[in-house]
Design a protein around this ligand. Sequence first.
Ligand code: PMP
Length: 388
Amino acid sequence: MELKTTYLAKHVRDLKPSGIRKFFDATAGMKDVISLGVGEPDFVTPWNVREAAILSLEDGYTSYTANAGLPELREEIAKYMERDFCVTYHPESEITVTVGASEAIDIALRAILDPGDEVLVVEPCFVSYAPLVTLAGGVPVIVQALKENDFKVRAWQLENAVTERTKAIMICSPNNPTGAMLSKAEMGKIADVVKKHDLLVLSDEIYAELVYDELYTSFAAIEGMREHTILVSGFSKDLAMTGWRLGFVCAPAEITEGMLKIHQYAIMCASTMAQHAGIEGLKNGRTDVAEMRKSYRQRRNFIVRSLNEMGLACHNPEGAFYTFPSIESTGLNSEQFAKKLLQAERVVVVPGDAFGSVGEGYVRCSYATSMAQLQEAMTRIRRFMENL
Ligand code: PMP
């Protein structure tokens, strides 16, 4: 019998690998590399949070939890959302504990999309959004946040992209890769478009705790938006828990019920020990979060000043832990810049077009690395710029 040439489904064959991964593979085997490429904290998870997981194992909590997550964790999430973001969610019917924000985005899209439904994806954005829309049977419609608006999408751009097939808008504020944060007023204008066309908003708020100058507003806290919002968040960034794979999603009961059906079949539940750690993080991890925030702010100020001084113009990112400098002055494109920098100075940055074509002409530099490493990276990039 002749073998099939491929067993893969067409829509999977058509998926492009992440532009970030591709770049990291190039550093394999290289010595003395400084990475400003990774999107994860350099901190280790606070000790009390790690200890809670150890105790969970010691106490023999080795079985599944409820599909939606431990009731105590959902209660803590509800308290946290109310206290810090002024939004009330019912722990029993409106909160689902997931395997990272990544799973939350996936089940949210799968729960709401019928084949052919359109989702407005604002670029530059986290690499998973458009592929996950496609995998859920939807059609990603790219809306480009413009550099002249500091990479913040304008409500009229969304309005112009709406068709009768539009189901949802995906936003991420503070943003990966630009660090840009939407103000309450800017969100209010987006809310008008949402109301007018009766849309949903998938609001990725994973960086909500890493905001440095202004107050943070959750999209769900904008008047009338709670019922239109699927709020995705997690523990990876603020509590430095990327490897634990713990996140959550808050949404009105009907949507939560839909997401839970997918979650219960595909995932069952998030890791039990990670959930115990999450409870501790929400109850007693806030001082650590504040300390890490302080450190990121200091690093941000340093890296933004340094990059601007050497001719790599970048605006002050309001949140997350990324800068998105323009490399226009070098005459190189993003990929050339990143490749040459890696070869010449062994510093990793991510080409901006990995986050959408509007990111061409920019690179993403993460400052989730120690001050000493950042200083060395800036010395190397300065030398690279001088030798160009
Ligand atoms: N959303 C954004 C904007 C991110 O940057 C990331 C991680 N890089 C995620 C979601 C996924 O986070 P998690 O580790 O919780 O799956």
